[in-house]
Design a protein around this ligand. Structure first.
Ligand code: MN
Length: 248
């Protein structure tokens, strides 16, 4: 398809989605990212940095502008660039990035495992947060809250277990809330850029929430105080997005 026509179709699809999804905060932007990702997958196109759903300073004061800018334009971009520079013949490019992650085995080349994971995890992480300059109460609702309470006793107990696991994860990696293979909510961690969709993960499932605990995610503002980064991150969780993922 020639470029003009493709751009026209893409924009049309995005406008359609934006008008349907309405004025709920940020929802149209999240849908746009999803739509572009699916479009690229359908075209068999290689990997692209998504549009960040907010500005670099939008997560202040909890995550600072400089950290966001470097994290997105240097770290995330490096995963995308390395992925595009790799031999991709072992990957089916026509499926979604989540589905691609489900094909990663012990035999997958490290360059694919690490950089596909890095790309997917960061796309997920950006959508997983939303601006909240005021802080204050930031809670899930509906079925997700019910399920969290049923599984972990209370939201506070859930938050404590998640924070503890994120804090105690040795080295670089991620902390996740997932729905495991028995349809139960579970808090897990993965090393490096692995994620719970990958068959190589010790504990597998569908991600609902993710926290990047690599030092690059917090060191400029928090230095060695990972505990403060984690406790401030709760102000930024986009529970609406988590509830959508939980409902799937
Ligand atoms: Mn990161």
């Amino acid at each position: 398809m020639e470029n003009n026509r493709r751009d026209f179709l893409k924009k049309g699809a995005l406008l359609g989605l934006a008008s349907v999804t309405g004025a709920l905060f940020g929802k149209d932007k999240l849908e746009n990212i999803q739509s572009v990702t699916e479009q690229l997958a359908a075209e068999g196109t290689t990997f692209k940095l998504p549009d960040l759903p907010y500005s670099y300073d939008a997560l202040e004061p909890f995550i600072d502008r400089q950290t966001m800018e470097i994290h997105f334009t240097k770290h995330h971009k490096a995963y995308v660039d390395k992925l595009n520079g790799a031999d991709l013949s072992s990957l089916n490019l026509k499926i979604s990035d989540a589905e691609k992650c489900r094909t990663i085995t012990e035999k997958s080349p490290a360059i694919i495992r690490n950089n596909l994971g890095g790309h997917f995890n960061h796309c997920f992480f950006w959508e997983n947060m939303r601006p909240n300059q005021e802080g204050g109460t930031n809670l899930p609702s509906g079925k997700l809250l019910e399920s969290i309470t049923a599984t972990f006793k209370s939201f506070e107990d859930f938050k404590k277990e998640f924070s503890d696991k994120a804090l105690k994860l040795f080295g670089s990696g991620w902390c996740w809330l997932i729905i495991d293979q028995n349809k139960k909510l579970k808090i897990i961690t993965t090393p490096n850029q692995d994620n719970p969709l990958m068959p190589v993960a010790t504990e597998k499932g569908a991600p609902i929430l993710a926290l990047d605990v690599w030092e690059h995610a917090y060191y400029l503002k928090y230095q060695n105080k990972r505990v403060e980064y984690i406790s401030n991150w709760w102000n930024l969780v986009n529970w609406q997005k988590a509830e959508e993922l939980f409902a799937k």
